[in-house]
Design a protein around this ligand. Structure first.
Ligand SMILES: CC(=O)SCCNC(=O)CCNC(=O)[C@H](O)C(C)(C)COP(=O)(O)OP(=O)(O)OC[C@H]1O[C@@H](n2cnc3c(N)ncnc32)[C@H](O)[C@@H]1OP(=O)(O)O
Ligand SMILES: CC(C)C(=O)C(=O)O
Length: 595
């Protein structure tokens, strides 16, 4: 039987700054912690565990620095029970906890008989005394208003000796604990065990706040947290993106929308749910983690539809293949184009780009593009990671669009002149690194020079240049031959192409090549295999990024194709309006056709 009515509020207790920081490769500076704390407070987390002030200087400094924040009352300092055979009043770690000055404190206490005797090497009775003494000492301190007790190994302990684990709860309550937090410390408990045990604790301590803290070792941390709430828990501990010790903690980014949108529980942060995606990405950024595309709710792929049947259905009703509106969590629906697409995938893109003439597209053009996509994917292209290339393919097929430039030819010279005759090239190159002090700059050997011949629109006929009138000897289309050196072939080609384009499209100066990925498609064919190149570019001023694809047996040609798409997409991001014509694209087409 549930103690709390189904709509009862659930408290969100974030431990990103404490348990999250226990994740491998996560190291947060005081400034990082302060920035995450501020975001969590804005988002509406009820409690924010800031760290363990008795553990290290950085955590102690964090609490001192956070004291001036208006959200300080929601900050929780974490520590443990006093050491065995000591007193809470003289335990330095307990003192550090109080020195943090927070209204809320949290202590970890062992709640598994075997862990107490064999790991803590204390008697079961001593452990109970450690819990009660520490909680009552902390609760009696002038500023501390609430003490959470994290009952470590609780579920395993309950299965081992339920009477003892419940005695730990009782000791905490007698000390004055505000909430009993049941922990699946090793992450090996199933959701049905969590539900049964939580219900038993809720039944044993009616009216007492019961929380849950789960680890993800069986990938059950979210399910276990929700099961505990369903069984009567009213507080969930977890971290943003599920970072934490070993395989991580319960992921609040999944728990919060599940509680709010599916289980219909009242949450303080619910009105801010549309900030969830931003919050998740912000924490990734600060914690130096790559956002996971498949992350539920907030990942890039979380609402991306690929299968043709799915896309056809969501055009009729988005809920045919999604259970929430992505905007509820600050994310967006996406439709991918690939060999698994149907006509509706193409028509949806046509609509999104705003190509117009949708009837003509539905009447046959969409099928032609679909066939082209399938044919190209069968020889190695992949369009789902390159939506800008798809958009350009559609624009070109649209009939009114004309490329802002054309590459007429290009060449590359790769030269390494520092090689001794008779020495193997690789050995000579490796020797350059020396034994000590090799650094990345030494990875550059030889030189690369690219030449690109590009035809583009004379900048004089492009806005914002006012002089539309070209003199008789001026051509509306110019051809430029540009040469550039680079760190590698792609860098050199990219630089030479930009040189040719920048006079007509000055905004390209703010565009950078962000990522370059090469995939060998048939590795058994070794150097004769086809290669696929995916390129990401970013416009600094808007932060907009786009991805393009190229495929060829020749790595350089594949790269050049992806680069050309990337720069073409960049050129059309801003008005390249032709001053000779009201319609920019048609005007451009006219000029290019004249040439
Ligand atoms: C389940 C969890 O995630 S709990 C949080 C875990 N987080 C962390 O450990 C991060 C912060 N930790 C630290 O900075 C350090 O480990 C400290 C400061 C806490 C302890 O470091 P040290 O004082 O050097 O302890 P040391 O590494 O020698 O051993 C740990 C001690 O803690 C004791 N201990 C472990 N759990 C508890 C507990 N719940 N209550 C009291 N003491 C405990 C151990 O028995 C051991 O003491 P012993 O050697 O006397 O038996
Ligand atoms: C301290 C507690 C909450 C913990 O991290 C665990 O038991 O996993």
């Amino acid at each position: 039987m549930l103690l709390l009515p189904p709509t009862a509020p659930v408290l969100i207790y974030d431990t990103t700054l404490r348990d999250g920081a226990q994740g491998e490769d996560i190291s947060l500076s005081v400034a990082d912690k302060l920035s995450i704390f501020a975001r969590l407070a804005d988002f509406g987390a009820d409690y924010i565990e800031g760290g363990w002030p008795g553990s290290n200087r950085k955590d102690a400094e964090f609490f001192a620095a956070a004291a001036s924040s208006p959200a300080f009352p929601r900050l929780v300092a974490f520590g443990s029970t006093r050491r065995k055979s000591g007193e809470a009043s003289s335990d330095p770690q307990v003192a550090a906890l109080l020195a943090a000055g927070t209204e809320s404190l949290c202590i970890v206490a062992k709640a598994h008989r075997w862990q107490v005797t064999d790991i803590l090497s204390a008697s079961p009775e001593e452990n109970l005394a450690m819990i009660e003494d520490t909680v009552s000492f902390l609760s009696a301190a002038p500023n501390s208003k609430r003490v959470f007790v994290d009952l470590e190994h609780f579920f395993d302990g309950y299965k081992w000796d339920a009477g003892y684990s419940l005695a730990c709860c009782r000791a905490a309550m007698e000390g004055g604990a505000a909430s009993l937090v049941l922990c699946d410390t090793n992450g090996g408990t199933t959701p049905w065990e969590v539900a049964e045990i939580t219900a038993a604790v809720v039944g044993e301590f009616p009216g007492v706040g019961v929380g849950v803290h789960c680890h993800n070792d069986m990938e059950m941390a979210v399910a276990n947290s929700l099961a505990a709430v369903n069984a009567g828990a009213n507080l969930v501990q977890g971290t943003i993106n599920g970072i934490g010790e070993r395989t991580g903690n319960a992921n609040l980014v999944s728990i919060i929308p599940s509680l709010g949108l599916v289980m219909r529980r009242t949450l303080r942060c619910l009105p801010n749910l549309p900030q969830l995606t931003d919050l998740s990405r912000f924490v990734c950024e600060v914690a130096n983690q790559q956002p996971r595309a498949s992350q539920p709710f907030v990942g890039k792929s979380a609402h991306a539809h690929k299968g043709g049947l799915h896309v056809a259905a969501i055009q009729k009703n988005p809920y045919s293949y999604q259970f929430i509106d992505p905007a509820d969590v600050g994310n967006r629906q996406r439709v991918l184009v690939s060999e698994l697409s149907g006509r509706q995938n193409i028509l949806r893109q046509v609509k999104e780009i705003g190509l117009g003439n949708e009837e003509e597209w539905a009447g046959g053009k969409a099928s032609l593009i679909l066939e082209r996509v399938k044919a190209l994917e069968s020889i190695g292209f992949s369009f789902e990671g390159a939506p800008a290339s798809v958009e350009l393919m559609l624009l070109h097929a649209g009939g009114t669009y004309c490329s802002p430039f054309r590459v007429l030819d290009f060449s590359l010279i790769v030269q390494d002149t520092h090689l001794d005759s008779g020495s193997r090239v690789v050995e000579k190159q490796r020797r350059r690194f020396g034994i000590n002090g090799a650094d990345a700059s030494q990875l550059q050997s030889g030189s690369v020079r690219a030449t690109v011949n590009v035809r583009t629109v004379n900048p004089k006929i492009l806005l914002p240049f006012p002089e539309c009138e070209l003199s008789a000897d001026e051509d509306p289309v110019i051809e430029r031959l540009d040469v550039s050196d680079g760190n590698g072939p792609v860098d050199a080609l990219s630089a030479a192409l930009r040189k040719g384009l920048e006079p007509s499209f000055p905004h390209l100066r703010g565009v950078t090549l962000k990522d370059f990925k090469v995939r060998i498609l048939d590795d058994s064919a070794a150097t004769s295999a086809a290669v696929r190149v995916l390129i990401s570019m970013e416009e600094e001023s808007s932060g907009k990024t786009w991805d393009t694809v190229g495929c060829d047996r020749n790595l350089i040609s594949a790269s050049m194709n992806a680069l050309v798409d990337g720069y073409e997409y960049a050129c059309i991001q801003h008005s390249s309006a032709c001053a000779l014509c009201e319609e920019p694209e048609a005007g451009m087409k006219l000029q290019m056709e004249k040439a």
